[in-house]
Ligand binder design. Structure first.
Ligand code: ACO
Length: 430
């Protein structure tokens, strides 16, 4: 990073002013490098929620929230969604460039030969109550993977890092499907490696040992699109958690478990589950006729209600993934003969009303990807409580790519935010 410009910070309390270098990104906002602020002034910056803080340098994903643009390694998400499948997207995120035909084949072969989990893993699943939330199971079981791969846990060895990355991408579908099968009391399905990554996942989810499962290509494509649209999203809460956990030198499986835990929250990955719950509630209370009442409730700060699937910390425009997901929604509902699905009709009406309402317009609240992904997943037969697990499966590659990028930085430091302390000053015990 080289500074072309400088920023001067002056103080009214007598502290001498200080100069900081400004670094430009290849696209997007410049950053003011304040790393020497404390050393030079004895002051910290205060930015809870990281509203103005770039916590790292990254070359993986770029979002222009005002334009509604998402780039993976420079490629617009619309082009990736049209031309690539999920595994090519994984290759791109992990390696920095798209694979050629041979690399694509080799990568797919490599991933698909690591899909099985150690047989002992089944015991971890069996330790959970059947009614455990599958995300609780996933946090625990992915963390438990740390105990199985002592051969590749040297995080300073690039080869070990790549082996762990491949293992995680390869095993997540198996782990997620096992969480589902356990919850419904069906036998775990072993992976079938001659299927595509996504078709194999669908078979492990919906197949059973008693009959042949024939994947529907339209539905496989839809789920594959869900996966690639969620593959990475810059420095969001779960990715930042993975980086922070990883900055201490923790192993990649433990870091991804931390990411999964963060993703679980309704303001993040839990939003598509919360969105479908919201649509179902409105539907139960009277459907389209009740939208007006619901919107008034959302606008009333005291109600605590939010229009789930709307709003985003970074996108102040239509989330580009939401447009693609909307398209997929039409394809899937058409394929399944569910064009008149009442929840979909309700979602369309809700979207239309919200997009015209001053409250949402002024605050630049647009639909995010979760607004439609829940409807698609429901149509695919995925139960609501599994939605966030699917998100975790998709995001694993982004998390591990970001983790790998951080670990390979030569001057990587443990993440250690500071605070504005407003508690009691030193006092004596009486
Ligand atoms: N419904 C109603 N009002 C909203 C919503 C919403 N979904 N989102 C934001 N607002 C309002 C806020 O109340 C606030 O109003 P105010 O200025 O009058 O106080 C204003 O819009 C700005 O909102 P913030 O909360 O400051 O925005 P922030 O960037 O912190 O939050 C978030 C973003 C968490 C995503 C928020 O929009 C939200 O909770 N949305 C619903 C949950 C959701 O869909 N999450 C998915 C995110 S995408 C993902 O993880 C894949």
């Amino acid at each position: 990073m080289s500074a072309q410009n400088k920023a001067t910070l002056s103080f009214t309390d007598g502290t001498p002013s200080v100069e900081f270098p400004i670094y430009p990104g290849s696209v997007g906002p410049d950053v003011v490098d304040i790393r020497k602020l404390y050393g030079q002034t004895g002051k910290f910056t205060f930015d809870p929620g990281f509203l103005s803080t770039a916590a790292c340098e990254s070359k993986i994903t770029y979002i222009d929230g005002d334009k509604g643009e998402l780039l993976y390694r420079g490629y617009p998400i619309e082009q990736i969604a049209e031309k690539c499948d999920y595994l090519d997207t994984c290759y791109l995120l992990l390696n920095g460039d798209l694979p050629d035909a041979q690399q694509s084949k080799d990568f797919s072969y490599l991933v698909m030969r690591h899909t099985m989990v150690h047989e002992q893993m089944t015991r971890f699943y069996q330790g959970f109550r059947r009614d455990a939330h599958p995300m609780a199971v996933l946090v625990g079981c992915v963390g438990a993977l740390s105990a199985f791969y002592h051969d590749s846990l040297d995080i300073n060895n690039p080869e070990h890092r790549m082996i762990s990355s491949i293992r995680l991408v390869a095993k997540m579908p198996t782990m997620v499907a096992m969480a589902y099968k356990y919850s419904i009391g069906q036998p775990f399905m072993y992976p079938k490696n001659d299927l595509s990554y996504t078709a194999n996942f669908m078979r492990m989810m919906f197949g059973n040992p008693c009959e042949e499962y024939v994947p529907n290509p339209v539905l496989v494509k839809a789920l594959d699109r869900i996966l690639l649209l969620h593959a990475d999203h810059e420095q969001n809460a779960s990715t930042s958690t993975v980086r922070l956990a990883g900055s201490s030198g923790a192993n990649p499986f433990a870091c991804i478990a931390a990411g999964i835990a963060t993703l679980w929250g309704p303001a993040h990955g839990g939003a598509n589950e919360a969105c479908l719950v919201m649509l179902n509630d409105i539907q139960k209370q009277g459907g389209v006729a009740k939208i007006g009442e619901f919107i008034s409730q959302v606008k009333d700060k005291n109600s605590g209600a939010k229009l789930m699937g709307f709003g985003h910390r970074v996108y102040k425009n239509y989330d580009p993934r939401a447009k693609l997901m909307r398209e997929t929604c039409y394809e899937v509902l058409g394929e399944l003969g569910l064009e008149n699905d009442p929840l979909f009709a309700l979602a369309m009406k809700l979207e239309q009303i919200a997009l015209e309402d001053d409250y949402f317009v002024q605050r630049k609240l647009y639909p995010n990807v979760d607004f439609y992904s829940g409807i698609v997943q429901r149509a695919l037969g995925i139960p609501t409580e599994m939605f966030t697990c699917i998100f975790a499966l998709a995001r694993t590659v982004g998390w591990i790519a970001q983790w790998g990028e951080m670990i390979s930085e030569p001057d990587q430091k443990i993440g250690r935010p500071r605070q504005l302390y407003t508690g009691a000053a030193r006092r004596n015990f009486k």
